[in-house]
Design a protein around this ligand. Structure first.
Ligand code: ATP
Ligand code: MG
Length: 574
């Protein structure tokens, strides 16, 4: 490809809207352009990368025996009503009506559509197992689209769905997919970890996420230094402390803490470590007949954070988790949010395992501007339930009993789920077993965020000059920069020849024939992340040399002009 025939859309200036490196570099390298919040066009440079990644995904899916299909993005609402997700999915599901007032949704995921296909097309248990996949745009009306294509509203996903008659068969396909995902992300050059994960709105009972390690990630993963344990922090269990609760001391008493709204403010006012102050939060429990909610109090050690995923899973807690409003709290306790505590609280109290070991602690007095000190469980709070409701922290013991937990940020690039029969039961997708009885198909589903994974690669592979593509997904493998070819016929001829020879050898090469200043051309090729850059200039050519630079390391080398083709092919492993 000649730059004169290509659309080079590089930007000199940093775009203001980009908060993370991948977004900044994808805009600057001319890969993508936004046309609406979270909605992007992929320009030619970006599209070349996207095609390569899609090809890797397709190859690895095909190796597992999965069959490619193309489902529509437009989905009838009736299917979503059948599965029960039409109301459950919330405003992320983009709903609309056609001219005949039929209701539709834009597919954020395709469990309903594929289950409908399976119930129509699968006639016999002998046709199973079956795994269908597609690589297709999804639409999710994300509340906060950001970081470019990392959290877009329209994005490319590979989604696969498998159907089985036995759980063992599901387990096998799950493992095949897990292995295929590992190959995909390895081929893309990603440093990633598979981690135990929550199943969220997709459902099911067993799941792993593939997390690309990067500081720009929105997820936190906990991993053990003493075992293979790794989990999304949403799932990682915080064990009960190894120590016992201390004995109660003197009776509790009330202390004025005017203007204190947070645990830290209260701790400072009381002259205590925040670990000695209880954090009390009130959330919605079950909905009552009059439409209001019962209120439930969560208590944690002051330096710990509530884990919302764990909280939602507790029976009797409203899903999605809603904090009680200031008015509800005032009406129920008579106090401001910053002065809450379990002593005298008239609702259900759930305390964290670590909070359970606190003794002689401080907490809000349920009286605005006051705290209680020397409070003790049982003696002062007779009724409570102990559960794991907090986020694990750096240094916590690993839940498998081996090693210590560490935390890292991750970008979720893929997720695999054992769904079970959630969709097949609701939508009556059945096959006959050997006794002629209808049984629901057992399902798995498997997603890769193709466009997000590309952003994740850039987060891991860049420097201050631009993107550094791993070879297999680079938009071009080799760039030829010719210096002033219009002024030097030997330069022009040498560049044209190398370009033709590389093309003949099947190498994806971009020949910068724009006749720009050398610095500009070179900067563009580095920004776009071309792995091998060859410069042809008058001076070195006069000595029979051309210059070669490896983008990744910056190492430069002089190649003999005559044998440059072979030298470059050798570097490409050809
Ligand atoms: P997240 O927790 O990041 O919102 P999710 O768990 O809802 O993602 P899945 O339903 O598991 O997403 O979808 C499969 C894959 O699609 C994800 O692993 C992720 O890589 C990708 N993906 C999901 N939402 C987005 C988005 N808004 N933009 C880009 N990719 C996305
Ligand atoms: Mg997910």
């Amino acid at each position: 490809m000649r730059t004169s025939q290509f659309l080079i859309s590089t930007l000199k200036e940093d775009p203001k809207e980009a908060a993370v490196e991948s977004h900044r570099l994808m805009l600057r390298a001319g890969m993508i352009r936004q046309i609406a919040s979270g909605v992007y066009t992929w320009l030619p440079t970006g599209m070349r990368v996207l095609s390569k990644v899609s090809r890797i995904v397709r190859e690895e899916m095909d190796k597992t025996g999965a069959l490619e299909i193309a489902m529509p993005m437009v989905q009838p609402a009736d299917l979503w009503k059948e599965s029960g997700r039409y109301t459950k999915y919330g405003p992320e599901l983009c709903r609309f009506k056609d001219r005949k007032e039929n209701e539709f949704a834009l597919g954020p995921t395709h469990e309903e559509v594929v289950t409908d296909i399976a119930r129509r097309e699968v006639k016999s248990a002998r046709q199973l197992p079956l795994c269908l996949y597609q690589i297709q745009n999804k639409f999710r009306d994300e509340i906060r689209p950001r970081f470019g294509v990392m959290r877009g509203r329209e994005f490319l996903m590979k989604d696969a769905y498998s159907f089985h008659t036995t759980h063992e068969s599901l387990e096998k396909t799950y493992q095949d997919m897990y292995d295929a995902y590992s190959r995909v992300f390895t081929r893309m050059g990603l440093e990633f970890r598979p981690v135990e994960a929550d199943t969220g709105s997709i459902g099911g009972n067993h799941s792993h996420e593939f997390q690309a390690l990067a500081d720009a990630g929105e997820d936190v993963i906990a991993w053990s230094d003493g075992s293979q344990y790794a989990a999304n922090i949403e799932m990682a269990e915080a064990l009960a402390p190894a120590y016992d609760r201390g004995a109660p001391g003197e009776a509790y008493s009330e202390v004025a803490t005017p203007g204190c709204h947070t645990v830290d403010e209260a701790a400072a006012s009381l002259g205590l470590d925040s670990k000695k102050v209880l954090k009390s939060l009130i959330v919605h429990g079950p909905k009552k007949e009059d439409g209001s909610y019962e209120l439930v109090m969560f208590c944690l050690c002051g330096n710990h954070e509530l884990n919302e995923v764990k909280a939602i899973k507790i029976p009797g807690i409203d899903d999605p988790l809603e904090m009680a409003t200031e008015e509800e709290i005032q009406a129920f306790t008579g106090a401001h949010t910053g002065s809450l505590g379990p002593v005298g609280f008239k609702g259900r109290i759930i305390i964290d395992r670590t909070a359970d070991r606190m003794s002689n602690f401080a907490c809000g007095a349920n009286k605005t501007g006051f705290h209680l000190v020397n409070v003790n469980w049982d003696r002062d709070v007779p009724s409570y339930e102990v559960m794991d409701i907090r986020n694990v922290e750096e240094g916590d013991p690993s839940p498998d009993g081996q090693g210590t937990l560490h935390l890292r940020k991750g970008i979720e690039v893929g997720q695999v789920f054992m769904l079970g029969t959630k969709y097949s039961e609701a939508m009556k997708a059945t096959v006959k077993d050997e006794n002629g009885k209808d049984i629901p198909m057992i399902m798995g589903c498997y997603g890769i965020g193709v466009t997000r994974a590309i952003a994740a690669v850039i987060e891991q592979h860049h420097d201050d000059r631009g993107i550094i593509w791993p070879e297999e997904i680079a938009p071009f493998k080799v760039a030829i920069v010719a210096i002033k070819p219009t002024k030097s016929e030997p330069v022009r001829l040498a560049a044209e020849k190398l370009y033709a020879d590389l093309q003949k050898a099947g190498v994806e090469v971009i020949y910068d024939d724009r006749d720009e200043r050398p610095g500009v051309m070179f900067a563009d090729m580095e920004l776009m992340g071309v792995p091998h850059i060859v410069t042809i200039g008058d001076k070195s050519l006069a000595n029979g040399k051309i210059e070669y630079k490896l983008r990744k390391t910056g190492d430069k080398e002089e190649l003999d002009a005559d044998s440059a083709l072979d030298a470059i092919l050798a570097k490409l492993g050809k």
